[in-house]
Structures are given as C-alpha cells and as structure tokens.
Design a protein around this ligand. Structure first.
Ligand code: TRP
Length: 376
C-alpha cells in the first residue's frame, strides 16, 4: 500500500520520507543566533510538512556534560528553551518536542557507539577542540562525558533514524562523525541505522551570527547575545551599543562593512519589505551598503533601522511567550507527551539494534534452542 494511503493523506499528496531532527542545549534562553541559524528554518520546515516525522529536543544530558555541578541551571533552562520553541511557532501537533534525558535508550545506544569510534578520531573533531579551548579545560581535566559528547550526539541522530539535521555550520563535524559511526555500525552488524545530512542555513550571514560586540559567536558567557525574549527596551540598548566600524568616526568618512556587526545582522535579517516599511530612502541593503562605504551615512541611522527590523521579528515572539508563560504546567505536559512519543520510536530502534548486535537473548527462541542443542 502506498504510504500516502496508510496515513490517510490522499494518494495525490507526495509524502517525503524525511525524518527531521535537531536539538539545543538548555544552558540559556535562546538568542537570535539560534533563530537565524536554525529556529526560523525549523518552523518553515514544520509548516511545509514535507517530512514523515519531525523531532526537536532539549539536549539536557549534553548540557550536563560540562555543567555537571550546575544542575539547577540546566533544569531552569529546559523550560526557557521550551517556551522559546513554542514562542517561535513550533507546534507540538506537528513536531515531537522532547527532553533528551528522559529517553534512556539514548544512553544505551551511545554506550555501544563508544566502541565504534577511536580516541584520536574524537580528538580531531574541530567543534570539540574549540569548545575544550573555550571552556579552558586543560588536558587532564577534560571530563570523559564532555569529550565523548559527539558519540552521544550520534546516538541522538541515529536512534530516531533522522535523515535531515537542520543546524548551524558548527554542527557539521558532529554529523560527519555520526555518519562514520553509523556506517561502521551497519558494516559490522548489517544495515540497521541510517545516515543523515546537515541542513545549513541558506544565508551565509546566518551560519555564524557574531555577538553584538563583533566577537566570533553569540555566547551567554560573553554577554553579547540578543535573546528572543528581550524586551523592546533591552533590544534597543543592545543594538545601540553594537560594534560597527571603529574607524568610522565622522559621518562623511567612508565606512567599512567587513566585520561590521550591524551589517552582518542586516544581511541575516533585513528584507526589501523592511526597507519599504522602515527606511524607504533605500530600496534594499545593497543601496544602503553602497552609501555607507561611500561615506555620508551614520551608524545611528543603520542601527535605528536594524532595531526596527529586529523588533518586527521579535515582537510577535515576545507576545506569544508572554501568553505561554501564563500556563507553565501545560508546557510540562506538552513535553511529557513528547517524551512518551519519542520513547516509542526509541524502543523500536533499540530492539533492532540489540537484534543486530546479537544481544537480544530473550527475544530469540532460535538462540535458546540452538544453545540447548549444543548440550544435548
Ligand atoms: N550540539 C547541539 C548544540 O550544541 C545540540 C544537539 C545535541 C544536537 N544533539 C543533537 C543538534 C542532535 C542536532 C542533532 O546546540
């Protein structure tokens, strides 16, 4: 029977067998870097409906790998992230939203995956390398759990047989490593798990949105984030203090775009409609950039425009979040249901994995007979 008939969607509707999965560590509220890097795309994907299943999860177990002494922080941020998801428009009717730690099968699969990857391969993972540096872990003090989190992340992806992982550029090495593990698993134990593809943001500026200070990445510890839940007032303050071109002191001077955070953000957010609405003197961003580099355009004008653009995006998110905050128990209930749903799939895959790995002792009548026969 065609899949469309099985799902009752009507045969003329093409159903893709894409399984989309992605997650976030709950170490802080989500910011606009998350939004352009992944959240915005997730909501589009959800609404396009071109998938068999879509999962978005809160990676609390991964967050604990470098916050082991700060469980309260992780606990608090689980709800913050859930609120941010729903405020951005993720719909639990269409997407299974769950919490990583509530799926014990993930830990189980990760444990077997540990045998399929070498220490030196993990040491070469560029994302882990950078993160070790950023956290100031010296060689001896790197927690094993943190060092091996790419293996656990491979389990996150493989357990749900995800084919498509929408994420930022920094997650590419994770997906590559996950695929290597899956390939090895299938080679040794037979085709069981599937490889996935990272789905990067379409716009280059969105891949790595810098912090408001122009530093490499938005990060809570650097205090350079614009949060989805920031008030209009906070937003204005942050935009006004943004890093631009330090050599652009007088308006008449030509300004530089390279490394100019205001323009990087405009690249990520501003549309021609925004110009029509907030800055009709210019048709589009190219015209604004041309004026800026020619000289005669002040940072203040650009910042005011950026504020308007960002606020237009964040306003509806903010309003929805305020609504959602009024019923926190409903958010936990939504998460509980999501975990239940995810676990059903997790159990199913683990059965297949155990069978493939020949550790399904009690489900295998043949095995019991065979062993009994040996001793006859
Ligand atoms: N590593 C991701 C982050 O830091 C979170 C994450 C955990 C994830 N498991 C995943 C993302 C699986 C995509 C797929 O944000």
């Amino acid at each position: 029977m065609p899949k469309a008939a099985l799902t009752g969607r009507g045969c003329d509707i093409k159903m893709s067998n894409k399984i989309i999965l992605t997650g976030d560590r709950p170490t802080g509220r989500l910011h606009i870097g998350h939004y352009v890097g992944s959240l915005r795309r997730r909501v589009e994907l959800q609404n396009e409906g071109d998938y068999e299943k879509m999962y978005v999860f809160i990676a609390d177990a991964q967050a604990l790998t470098d916050n082991i002494d700060n469980p309260e922080k992780v606990r608090q941020n689980v709800i913050e992230v859930a609120l941010d998801y729903l405020a951005c428009g993720l719909d639990p009717e269409k997407v299974t939203i769950f919490i990583q730690s509530q799926i014990p099968e993930l830990t189980e699969l990760a444990f077997y995956f540990m045998d399929l990857v070498s220490v030196s391969r993990l040491q070469r993972n560029p994302t882990v390398k950078t993160e070790i540096q950023m956290r100031g872990f010296a060689g001896e003090s790197i927690p094993v759990g943190f060092f091996t989190y790419p293996v656990s992340q491979a389990a996150d992806i493989a357990l749900f047989k995800a084919t498509t992982v929408p994420a930022g550029e920094d997650q590419r090495p994770m997906i590559e490593q996950a695929n290597e593990i899956v390939r090895r698993f299938n080679n040794i134990y037979g085709e069981t798990l599937v490889e996935s593809q990272v789905m990067l943001p379409q716009n280059a500026a969105c891949c790595r949105l810098p912090g408001t200070d122009g530093k490499a990445k938005m990060s809570k510890s650097l205090g350079n984030c614009i949060y989805l839940s920031d008030s209009a007032k906070e937003l204005k303050k942050k935009v006004n203090s943004m890093y631009t071109d330090p050599e652009h002191i007088h308006i008449e001077q030509p300004g530089h775009l390279e490394g100019n955070t205001v323009f990087t953000y405009l690249d990520a957010f501003a549309t021609d409609e925004d110009f029509a609405q907030f800055l009709p003197e210019y048709k589009n961003l190219d015209e604004l950039k041309a004026h800026y580099t020619r000289g005669g355009l002040g940072d203040g004008t650009c910042k005011k425009f950026l504020y308007n653009v960002l606020n237009a995006r964040l306003e509806p998110i903010r309003t929805r979040r305020e609504e959602l905050q009024k019923d926190i128990p409903a958010i936990y209930e939504m998460l509980r249901k999501g975990c239940e749903d995810a676990r059903k799939v997790a159990r199913q895959t683990m059965e297949e994995v155990r069978k493939a790995m020949k550790i399904d002792y009690f489900n295998d009548a043949e095995l019991i007979k065979e062993q009994a026969n040996r001793y006859k």
